[in-house]
Design a protein around this ligand. Structure first.
Ligand code: 13P
Ligand code: SF4
Length: 327
């Protein structure tokens, strides 16, 4: 048996998981990297944490833990591995490092950033604190460790309302996503002061687009990520984090659904629900798409790029993340 045939035979059961979203003729392009990554993980005692926006060959074939930002942060604490490869964006890798200071955390491409994380600096947070003395600062995990270090507590899209309400105060500052802040404000009595950051992927959805979708696909159920503008969320049937959207599909099994979020999300959920018809207007996140099987393999082979955090920053940032997990 030639090497390629052996690789194809070993990876055949993995291809079965993704055959609904990856054409058979494309699989040989992925098979060699998948096979190599599986043995490198064993050699290095490594785990791969993959966000819901990773492509199906990463999400379904090489990842050990998949989920939204909250799940990845939680599961990062549980691992016994020596090496964590974060298939996602840089703030997620920093969060994994904050919670695992003694482990090696790798991000396959250092350019995998986030428009929300780029929208605010530690100086901006200090300015907000000085402007609103005594008002607690809740920071979305989509931020740098240095910004988290200036905050009182972190939140994700999956727990933002709960965190805001658990603080037991009438007013909070919520940074940096303006739309997430306004969407949470619509669901709670707590007054929320927002920043002006936006997700470059979710801000592109519009209410007109949602109305057109409903016209073109009668009966479609519309699920929107809370990073979408409030006018879009108002037109949706449900809004929640990527994990909550996935749970919604699993629980309700709608005949037709559209997920107003990043494109790979529909592919990954569709694999698990063959009976559901996914309508796919979606927007690509260029940062998430920097992660590929090839650079995951390279990360495991070479140990790059290791995520490090200034110890002084790490202590304060870890406190904000751990407070979130405790709440
Ligand atoms: P989730 O926490 O809902 O997975 O969102 C992360 C993210 O980056 C969404 O754009
Ligand atoms: Fe950041 Fe938006 Fe990409 Fe999520 S989808 S990583 S919020 S730019």
């Amino acid at each position: 048996m030639s090497l390629d045939a052996a690789v194809l035979a070993r990876t055949a059961p993995l291809y079965e998981r993704v055959r609904r979203v990856i054409p058979a003729m494309e699989w040989p392009v992925f098979a060699d990297d998948v096979d190599a990554i599986l043995s490198l993980k064993r050699e290095r005692n490594a785990v791969i944490l993959a966000h819901n926006y990773q492509t199906p060959e990463i999400f379904h074939c090489v990842a050990d833990v998949v989920g939204d930002s909250l799940a990845l942060a939680r599961k990062a604490v549980d691992t016994n591995a020596d090496v964590i490869v974060l298939a996602g964006v840089h703030f997620m890798a920093e969060t994994a490092k904050l919670l695992n200071p003694d482990k090696t955390v790798l991000i396959p491409d250092l350019g995998a950033g986030c428009s929300l994380a780029d929208s605010i600096t530690p100086e901006d947070v200090r300015l907000m604190r000085a402007t609103y003395p005594g008002v607690p600062i809740v920071t979305y995990v989509n931020t740098s460790a240095a910004v988290k270090a200036e905050s009182d507590v972190c939140c994700t899209s999956g727990n933002a309302k709960r965190i805001v309400e658990k603080l037991g105060v009438p007013k909070v500052i919520m940074l940096p996503d303006e739309y997430l802040a306004r969407n949470i404000a619509a669901e709670t009595d707590v007054e929320i002061i927002a920043w002006k950051g936006h997700c470059e992927v979710h801000e592109r959805f519009s209410p007109t687009e949602v109305r057109q979708l409903r016209e073109d696909h009668p009966g479609v159920i519309v699920l929107a990520h809370p990073e979408c503008p409030p006018e879009v969320v108002a037109e949706a049937d449900f809004s929640g984090s990527t994990a909550l959207m996935s749970d919604y599909v699993a629980e309700h099994k709608p005949a037709r659904v559209v997920l107003l979020t990043e494109c790979s999300m529909s592919d990954n959920v569709a694999v698990q629900h063959p009976s559901v018809d996914f309508i796919r207007p979606c927007n690509l996140c260029p940062h998430m798409k920097r992660i590929t099987l090839a650079n995951i393999r390279e990360a495991l082979e070479t140990g790059q790029h290791e995520v490090t955090i200034d110890p002084a920053v790490a202590v304060a940032a870890r406190r904000a993340v751990e407070r979130m997990l405790a709440l």
